[in-house]
Every structure is written in C-alpha cells, then in structure tokens.
Design a binder for this molecule. Structure first.
Ligand code: RNT
Ligand code: ZN
Length: 417
C-alpha cells in the first residue's frame, strides 16, 4: 500500500485532541473493546437454511437482486469471515434460528435443539467470534399475522415452544463461549386493517412472554424488540414500543432499540437516557430507515451519530450491546457489512472523541454558546486520522482500500454463485 503517512497524521491528531482534553490512546482502547454483533442475515437476504424454507414473510422485506447471496452455511461463514477481516476489532455474530445447521433434515421450529447449532458453536470458537441469537417467527406456514399473540392456543403454544427452545440454544451458546449470549425476541404480530381486539392480543403476548421467560437461564440474556409497523400489518402492532418498554421495565429485561423502528421524526437516541433509568441494559439494532423501516445499510447519519453520542454521554457503554440490522439485497453484501460496521464504529469513535466533560461543565454553568461551539468544532476535528490509525493497528485496510478487497472477493468467490 502507498505510504499514506497514517501514523504521522495520527500523531498530529493526538496533539489536537490532547489540547481539548481528550486522550486518543484511551479512546482507541475503548474502541478496541467495543464489539459489534454482526447480523448474519445481510449475507443471504434473511433466507436462512431451513430445508423447508419458503418466502420471507412477517412484515419485513429485502429488496434487490444483486448477485452473490450466500446459498448455504459454508458460503455464509466465508462471507462473514471476509467481512470481519476488513473491520477493525473483534466482533460477534448474531444468528437467527433459521440459520441452524440442519444437515438436510426438516426440523420444524418447535423441534429445534442446541444440537443444530453445535457446528456454529465450534465455528465461533475457532474464529474467536462470540454468538448472539434470535428466535424466528417469520417465514413459516404458522407465521400468519399473529404468532405469540394468536388467539388460537395451538398456534400460540407452537411459538411459545419455539421461543423456549431458542432460549435453550442461546444458553448452550453462552455456556460454551463463557460469555452470555444475547437473545432477541421480535415477533411481527399485528393487523393490516382496523381491528378491535387489541387488549386481547396484548394480554396474550404478555402471557406468552411470561411463559417463555419463566425459567431462569444462567448463560443467556433476553432482549425484546418492538416496532411501529410491518409491511402488510400497517394498522396495528401488538409488540409496540410502549408494550415492550413497560414489559422490560417491569421484568428486568433488556430492551432492543432498532433505529429503523420509530416514527420518522422520532429520535431513537433520545430513548437511551430515558429507558436506561428503568431497564438493566439495552440492545441496539443499528439500521437506516429510508422513509420506512427499509433496513438500508448503516451510514454515519445524524441518527446514528447521536445514538452513540447519547450512550457515551450517559457513560453507559457497558450497559449497551450493539447489533446491526439491515438487509440490502441491492449491493455487494460483504461490502454492505463492512461499510455499515465501520460506519457504526466511526460514530462511536467520534462520540468518544467529543470533549464531553468540558461540554457538561459548560452546560451546568449556563454557558450555552460554549457547548454549541465545541459541538460544532468537534465535527471538524481530525477523527478520521484516529480511525485510520485504529485500522492500521488492527491490520485491516485503511480508508477506501477495503473496496478493492471486496471487489477481489467478488471476482474470486461471490460472482461464481
Ligand atoms: C424486524 C426487526 C428484526 C429483524 C430481524 C431479522 O423489523 O428489526 O430485528 O430485522 O430479526
Ligand atoms: Zn431489528
């Protein structure tokens, strides 16, 4: 690679930051420990590996036909490792239940056991990648409009059984990796049109969750995710934000904040300090909604920047797990992982480099111009040089050099699929 004078640029940046009271070495240390839970489902447009897999349903949709989606577990693993090799730091993998290693067997959702994830557990160990997990209520003949909130006890029990089994799997993963596996429950349950049984559905969802969470598990942690609406279920969502925020607060569960799941003018970042007073921890699904929950690739937009800034300002990094959640089928999928993961890291980095202590002091002294001025000046500080140094120290391509790597992988691997 060309001599880009990365370290010289970093040394200058380090001095600039020191002058405003920010220690870049400490920041790099924190950034290095920050793990992103990479969502496995960007690699294959949320298809999964069930032998009996049907079309994607449940109010979510991946659009685009870019060639090269992973077609099986080996291809997905290869894509994830390629992406990881281009993202500085050590990261986790977030699996959905439909990504089990079913070895050609039809395994229904209420039959799944940890054995189908044994090869994932081993892969995680071999590749220094801790696993997180999700139950899967979508893309199944029994998905319909209602799963855990279905008035039909048979269907409800089916999904309760599925979700309980998923907790067993997450527990097995957590035990094997010596670190809790974070398991997310998101169900699509809702109504397309005017509906009048809202209280019933929410009582049923509450009761189903109570049954699912009845058994304490040592090696996993539960998180629950609400949203505004799903496609085809536009009028009513059983698991709304109010529902899950209340449930999490009352039952000491982790709340998942998916940045694509709020009304367009709502600011997800503002939830951080509100809910962290009542729930133990948070899980993030960092995404990018374009007009709706479109799950575009994460970029350094205001919402993402503000999200990480709020976490850092709240001194809550150790109470927040960070997953990504987007699935764009319109571009190179490995490139999508790398671009989105690096964008999330850069937002965190910029937050860590903010002269927060000084700004807090100014604000408490009623010096509002000073706060605003520092906020603005921070934008033009040489944070990019710090990120480049981070990449260099982690042996991953600096700057746009990863594009060529993704293109090479495409030429050698994904274009032959
Ligand atoms: C859907 C939720 C959910 C899913 C994944 C695949 O709107 O965001 O997290 O994206 O479970
Ligand atoms: Zn999500």
């Amino acid at each position: 690679m060309k001599d880009l004078k990365i370290t010289q640029a970093y040394e200058i940046a380090k001095e600039r930051y020191a002058a405003i009271g920010v220690d870049t070495e400490k920041v790099l240390d924190v950034l290095g420990k920050f793990q992103i839970s990479m969502h496995c489902w960007q690699s294959d447009d949320v298809h999964g590996f069930e032998v009996q897999a049907g079309a994607l349903s449940g109010g979510i949709q991946s659009t685009g036909n870019y060639p090269g989606a992973a077609r099986n577990i080996d291809e997905l693993r290869s894509d994830i490792l390629k992406a990881k090799s281009l993202i500085p730091g050590t990261h986790r993998l977030n699996l959905h239940e439909i990504y089990g290693d079913f070895k050609g067997k039809v395994v229904d959702r209420d039959e799944v056991t940890p054995e189908y994830f044994q090869s994932w557990i081993e892969w995680g160990k071999e590749n220094n990648t801790k696993l997180d997990f999700n139950s899967t209520s979508f893309s199944h003949p029994k998905s319909g409009n209602l799963s855990l909130a279905n008035p039909d006890k048979g269907i409800r029990d089916f999904w309760i059984e599925h979700t309980k089994r998923c907790r067993d799997i997450a527990d097995a993963m957590g035990k094997a990796q010596g670190d809790p596996c974070i398991m997310n429950v998101w169900v699509h349950d809702g109504c397309k049109d005017v509906s009048v049984n809202h209280m019933l559905y929410r009582q049923l969802l509450k009761d189903s969750l109570d049954q699912i969470f009845a058994e304490e598990k040592k090696n996993m942690k539960d998180c629950i995710e609400g949203k505004v609406f799903g496609i085809g279920l536009e009028s009513f969502t059983v698991g709304s934000h109010d529902f899950y925020t209340a449930y999490a607060a009352k039952n000491n569960k982790i709340l998942t904040i998916d940045t694509g799941h709020y009304h367009p003018a709502e600011i997800p970042a503002d939830k951080i300090s509100a809910v962290l007073n009542f729930v133990p921890e948070l899980m993030l699904h960092v995404s990018r909604p374009v007009r709706w929950d479109s799950d575009h690739v994460t970029i350094m937009d205001d919402n993402t920047q503000e999200l990480f800034s709020e976490i850092v300002r709240a001194d809550a990094l150790d109470r927040v797990h960070c997953g990504l959640d987007y699935f764009d089928g319109a571009m190179n999928r490995v490139g999508a992982y790398v671009t989105g993961s690096r964008a999330a890291q850069k937002c965190l980095l910029r937050s860590l480099l903010e002269p927060t202590a000084q700004m807090k002091e100014y604000e408490l002294a009623d010096k509002h111009f000073e706060v605003l001025a520092l906020f603005e000046e921070a934008k033009a500080m040489p944070w990019g040089a710090v990120y480049d140094e981070f990449c260099l120290r982690n042996n991953v391509p600096v700057g746009d050099a990863f594009i060529a790597e993704v293109q090479k992988y495409e030429a050698d691997v994904t274009s032959h699929r």
